[in-house]
Structure formats: C-alpha cells, structure tokens
Design a protein around this ligand. Structure first.
Ligand code: HEM
Length: 537
C-alpha cells in the first residue's frame, strides 16, 4: 500500500516537474529567445533605435518624452485647429528619428518589437492584401483581454476567421443598415432634445463636450442595433469594458500570458473586471435564448446577437451528429466564443464611432462655410434618415476628416516567418511592422502637393479620383480584414452629424485644446467642447 502510494506521489511529482520545465522553456523561448533573435537580425540589417533589451522596453521613455512635450506646451493649441499633427502625436518617434535615423525599430510594449512606420501604399498592399499568409494579426495581451481571443478582430487562423466573418457579414448588409437608421433616429433625437432643453434654459446656447456626451449615444445605438437591449441593460458591461481597457493601457502589456497568473493587485483587478463583463454578457445571451424557448420570440433574431446564437446552435447540432464531421481545426462556435464576439463588437463599435463623429464636428466648427453648405444640403433633404445617400457634401467632408484624422492611426501585422522581404529588406519572424496611417494619408505622391491641406472637395468624384493608389486611403483598413461594419459606422457618423446640423449652429469653445493623441484610437486628448446655438431659439 505504502509502495503504491509512493509510486503515485513520485509520478505526480514527475508530472509537475515536466510541466514546470515545459512552461519555463516556453517562457524562455517566447520572452527571451524570440526577442533576442529579432533584435540581432534587425541590427544585422542595419536598423537601429532607442536602447532596449530582451528584458526592457521603451514604454517609460516614450511616456516621459510625451509628458515633457506636453509640459513645454509643444503639443497643444487652444480654440483653434492645426492640421500639422504628426509631430505632436509622436514627439517620441520624431526625437528618435533625429537621433537614430529613418531605419528605426523600438519596443513600445513588452510583447512587441516594432518596425516603424511605413507610409507607402505598395507596402500596405503587400502586408494587408497580397501576402496575408506572411503578415498576420499579431498577439497582443492588451487586445486579447479587452476584445477576447476568439473574436472576429483577433482570430489568426484563416479558416476560423473566414467562417466567423461569413456569419457576421449579413448583419451589416446595406438592407439591414437601412433598418438600423430607424433604431438610431429616436436615440439621437432623445439625446438632442436634452441638449435643446439645456440650450433653451440658458439663453439659446450650451457648451457640450461632444466626445464625452456621444459616448452614451453610440453605446445605446450599438446595444439596441446589435444586441436588442437598451443602454441601461448593457450599461454595466460597457462600463466594465472601458475600465478593463484603462487598466490594460496603464499596465503597458505583459511579456507572456504566464505573468497574468501572478497574484498581483492589478492582475486581480483585471480578472475581476473581465469576469464581471463576461457575467453581464452571458445574462444578455441567456435572456434572448429564454425568450425564444418560452415562445416570447418566434426566432433567435436577425440582429448580431441573433446570428451569433444561430451559429452556436448549428455547431452544437453538428458536433452531436456523428454524420456531420466538423473540420478538425475550425474553431467551433461555443458560448465562450460568443462572449468574445460580443466583447469585440462592444469595443470596436463604440469608441471608434464617437471619436470619428467628434473629429467631423470639430472640423465643421472650424470651417463655418462648410458647416453652412452641409446644413443647407441636410435641410433640403429632410428627413435625413431616408436621404443620407444624397448628402454629397457631407460624404466628402467625412472622407476628408478620416483622411486627415484617421481614427485608427496605426495598423500593424506581425511576421510569421523569417526572411520576408519588404522594400528590399529581409525581416525576421515575430517582428511587428507598423503602417503609419497619418503619413500614408498625406503621402504627396498619392495625394498631390496639397496633401497637408484640408480640402473635402478632393473627394468630389469619389475616392479613386482623389487618391492615385488603391491602397493609399485606409480609414477602415485594407484587404480581407477591413472593418466589417464600415457602412454601418459611416451611416451612424453621418446621421448623428446631420441631425445636429438640423438643430444647431456650432463653434469651437475657447477652451478647446487642439491636442490629438493616440489612446488606441486617435482622439482629441482633452475632449471636444463645442458651443451649440439653437437654430430656432
Ligand atoms: C468610424 C468608425 C470605425 C472605424 C474608423 C473602424 C476602423 C477599423 C479598422 C481600421 C479595422 C481594421 C483593423 C486591422 O486591419 O487591423 C477594423 C476592423 C474591425 N471593425 Fe471597425 N471601425 C469602425 C467602426 C466599427 C463598428 C461600428 C464596428 C461594429 C459594430 C466595427 C467592428 C470591427 C470588427 C469586428 C473588425 C475586425 C474585422 C476582421 O478582422 O475581420 N468597427 N475597423
């Protein structure tokens, strides 16, 4: 008996030892060896940059440089708009380029080594369209915690991604989007009514931080359009998602998921917040399922949640049917994957829209002649929710805003093998390559000598006439992984903008601080305070 016991104990100890050894080796490979190889190969290719090692990154240095530039007032302007934004958005990179030259690579977070900042459309075509098997979506602990590993935006395996995209795409077809304007209109109307009341109560005008105020509106729209709930039901999930993002941004990423397991206060807080979001989302999912089971609904629905739930049902049926073999490596749809998808859409579909709309409104405030021109167009095409397609000047203005102030200012891909060539250089596996969208959108070869000027009329005859290269304009990304909801997003931006124009004339508040900053998206760092004046007091 005692011998049997000691054999079991020894076997367990051996298993534990092997597992620890395996994890330690994996950690060594991912955290040290892979990084070491990338650094060595990049130096051999003649690249250089601010010093970092396999153990340290450039995050603190970058933050300190930005802080210093802010304190020296080099970044902000008040009550006015200056389109010369690149140097103010990237004071760190500007400085490093001066010190180390154009062939720059650095380590912005622990899990990333990045080669900066291509602005050539040919590079975009190679990375995002022609060689997608060599340039893949990279691993990011930050994105993974916030968006969920299995969601549409982060899935790497092509077959699993393609299947998810096939399922989700019909939700964003033009015919559905037309219906969504009917959901959006009352939400936006109710929000504007509160602003109208405030303006009436204070002599006909009111100052509002549009970026902040829009946050609730776009969340409510997404909650109703995609999940069939109102904002209050999803409020906790939305708030916790934002908290999670802030916690992750503060932490600056981790080298390896193993470090997530350590019992630090931050890890504990991240885990707790993430579980709270999961619980909320599972409750939303369960409520829809129960409504269908009880007969309160005659289907699971054709909104986003409905199509996701149907996909789970189909896979559960296929997995339990021995005749229907699911492909071995395709990721089956489960409730966990469903929660990841909800996380992805909660996150991808809110801040992006409120930030883009805020830039459009800031720029309309800065160009009163465009504001008048577009307002006339809007008033001539009432009701706007049915006539959005006719608003030519508004389309031009939104496109130009997205060119000069791209909400996604950097798009990255990570190399999946060694020796991939890009502009004649041989690059190592695990290196992340970054496209600098701000500079791409102002590349003079593709946009002409007036590339730095704000000129909506350049889009008069469409994007192809404005830009000489099909990959020179990418506010929604490029290639197969472009934004799945871009038509929905543009509809929302344009509907909100035109409904504001119908009711208010607006200008920048003197307190508006013109300081674009990258906080995942390119945002006006101090918000978007506008003074709204009632058109009909
Ligand atoms: C104006 C607002 C928006 C902008 C500027 C924007 C921008 C982008 C960009 C640049 C990408 C490509 C990222 C990459 O290649 O790495 C992307 C992907 C994505 N976006 Fe958007 N987006 C917006 C609104 C939305 C909305 C409203 C939703 C959902 C309701 C959404 C959902 C997604 C998803 C799921 C992906 C991943 C697609 C895939 O990998 O197949 N986005 N978006």
């Amino acid at each position: 008996m005692a011998t049997a016991m000691s054999v079991i104990l020894m076997a367990l100890a051996a298993l534990l030892f092997v597992s620890i050894l395996r994890n330690a080796m994996m950690l060594f490979r991912v955290a040290i060896w892979q990084r070491f190889k990338v650094i060595r190969m990049m130096k051999k290719e003649g690249y250089s940059g601010p010093p970092f090692s396999v153990f340290s990154d450039n995050l603190q240095e970058s933050r300190a440089m930005k802080q210093k530039a802010r304190e020296a007032n080099a970044l902000q302007r008040f009550g006015t708009v200056d389109h010369d934004i690149w140097h103010r958005v990237h004071p760190d990179i500007k400085e490093w380029k001066k010190l180390y030259g154009e062939r720059l690579f650095y380590r912005p977070e622990k899990h990333l080594i990045v080669l900066l900042g291509f602005d050539e459309p040919d590079v975009v075509r190679t990375m995002f369209a022609h060689k997608t098997d060599e340039f893949s979506k990279g691993y990011s602990p930050l994105a993974e915690t916030v968006l969920g590993k299995g969601g549409l935006a982060l899935t790497v395996d092509h077959e699993s991604w393609a299947r998810q995209r096939r399922v989700v795409r019909p939700v964003f077809y033009a015919s559905y989007i037309k219906d969504t304007t009917k959901v959006m209109t009352p939400i936006v109307t109710a929000w504007l009514k509160t602003l109208e009341d405030k303006a009436t109560g204070s002599g006909g005008s009111v100052e509002v931080d549009i970026l902040k105020s829009l946050g609730t509106v776009v969340r409510d729209v997404l909650a109703q359009v995609a999940f069939g709930i109102d904002f209050l039901e999803g409020k906790k999930a939305f708030e916790d998602q934002e908290k999670l993002k802030a916690l992750e941004l503060e932490s600056g990423g981790v080298i390896h998921p193993f470090f997530r397991l350590l019992p630090t206060p931050r890890n504990w807080q991240i885990r707790r917040t993430r579980s709270a979001v999961t619980r909320c989302m599972k409750a939303i999912i369960q409520k829809r399922r129960m409504a269908f089971k009880n007969g309160a609904l005659d289907s699971l629905g054709d909104d986003l949640l409905g199509v996701l739930l149907n996909a789970v049902e189909d896979d559960v049926a296929a997995l339990s049917d021995p005749k229907q073999k699911m492909k071995k490596h395709a990721m089956p749809w489960t409730d966990d994957l469903l929660v990841d998808q909800c996380r992805t859409f909660f996150q991808a579909g809110t801040n992006t829209v409120s930030v883009t709309t805020s830039w459009v409104l800031i720029l309309l405030a800065n160009y009163p002649e465009w504001q008048e021109r577009i307002r006339k167009e809007v008033l001539d095409n009432s009701p706007v929710c049915e006539n959005l397609r006719k608003l030519e000047s508004l389309h031009m203005f939104v496109r130009e805003t997205q060119r000069m102030y791209p909400t996604a200012p950097a798009l990255t891909r990570t190399l999946v093998k060694d020796g991939v060539s890009l502009l004649g250089n041989s690059l190592p596996k695990n290196l992340t390559v970054r496209v600098d969208v701000i500079r791409l959108h102002r590349n003079r070869e593709t946009w002409g000598d007036d590339a730095d000027e704000f000129k909506p009329e350049r889009f008069k005859n469409g994007i192809a006439q404005a830009c000489k290269h099909p990959y020179g304009y990418i506010p929604f990304g490029a290639g197969p992984r472009t934004c799945v909801a871009q038509n929905f997003a543009i509809t929302e931006v344009e509907l909100i903008t035109s409904m504001i124009l119908e009711r208010f004339r607006f200008r920048l508040s003197p307190s508006y601080c013109d300081m674009p900053m990258v906080m995942l998206t390119l945002q006006p760092a101090c918000g978007a305070p506008l003074i709204l004046e009632l058109l009909k007091p």
